[in-house]
Ligand binder design. Structure first.
Ligand code: PLP
Length: 286
């Protein structure tokens, strides 16, 4: 059984137990982070921890662990579980008050911290060659999508709806405009060659990969427009791609059945993917 972290200590996964009264279980009262691992190294760890602190602040959730401690937990689990490639999942909930009560418990109830690893191939992904087929789906999520909470049912429903339509993933649409994908941020390259992504707001998660891509663009003096765009505009785009910690930059080649551009992954998506991976010395993939 692999090792996990639960509250105060490492523990074999098959012995890790959380209370039925845990607020993560009863109220989805918790936040999480997923950090990618490549060649046994965590990618953008500090940015993920900064966002975790932000999520905690937004929910008045205590985080009684220093970032250095969290890093040590991550690195120890990666080493003990021999993760070369995959991810580390961290979840923090408002703990177990021993009863079901909507009100937050007082500060004497400690939060629950769970950290576990998953080994899976993230560099070699056949979907990079084909590009994803995505479908639009109404954005039925709450109005604080900028907070990375474990309340993921709407995302799960969107992925199931996509699967039922034979698609790989879903992008959410709100007021006629794409917010983001079910678990990734969304970009397009206009027919004029301009890179566009939605501006940060409570409507989307401030993606760590999104920020890294913006940073790469700035370094290369590539202009980027931060504005919302519609599915119709995306259908007429040269390229569409999505970004997330474990998929990096993933080309989208079909939107609601319409081919994007020539229906193949575009050069901007591929070069940004390679530039992103090169930051970690992960080597070129395409
Ligand atoms: N948007 C949503 C809704 C997500 O769940 C995620 C993460 O999985 C992202 C965007 C991408 O964020 P990141 O690049 O930090 O993984």
């Amino acid at each position: 059984s692999p090792w996990v972290w639960l509250n105060e200590d490492y523990c074999p996964a098959d012995q890790a137990r959380v209370s039925v009264f845990d607020r993560g279980f009863l109220f989805a009262d918790g936040v999480y982070e997923v950090t990618a691992v490549v060649n046994g190294k965590l990618l953008d760890f500090h940015a993920h921890m900064q966002r975790l602190q932000r999520s905690c602040q937004a929910l008045e959730l205590a985080l009684p662990w220093a970032v250095e401690t969290l890093q040590q937990i991550h690195e120890t689990l990666v080493a003990r579980n021999k993760v070369q490639e995959g991810s580390v999942y961290l979840q923090l909930t408002r703990g177990n008050p021993g009863k079901r009560d909507f009100h937050y418990p007082d500060a004497s109830v400690p939060p629950t911290l769970v950290v576990f690893t998953q080994s899976h191939n993230i560099l070699q992904d056949a979907r990079v060659e084909s590009g994803l087929s995505v479908v639009t789906c109404p954005d039925i999520r709450w109005q604080r999508c900028d907070v990375k909470t474990v309340s993921l049912l709407a995302a799960s429903m969107a992925k199931m709806a996509a699967q039922a339509q034979g698609a790989d993933d879903a992008v959410f649409v709100k007021d006629g405009l794409i917010t983001e994908a079910s678990s990734a941020n969304c970009f397009m390259v206009t027919p004029g060659g301009k890179l566009v992504t939605r501006a940060l707001s409570p409507a989307i998660l401030p993606g760590i990969t999104r920020a890294a891509i913006l940073d790469i663009c700035q370094q290369h003096q590539l202009e980027i427009e931060t504005r919302a765009f519609s599915p119709q505009e995306a259908c007429g785009a040269r390229e569409v791609f999505i970004t997330s910690a474990t998929t990096f930059v993933m080309p989208v080649t079909r939107l609601d059945g319409n081919p994007i551009g020539d229906g193949r992954p575009g050069p901007v998506a591929i070069s940004l993917r390679n530039a992103y991976l090169a930051r970690f010395g992960a080597g070129l993939q395409c």
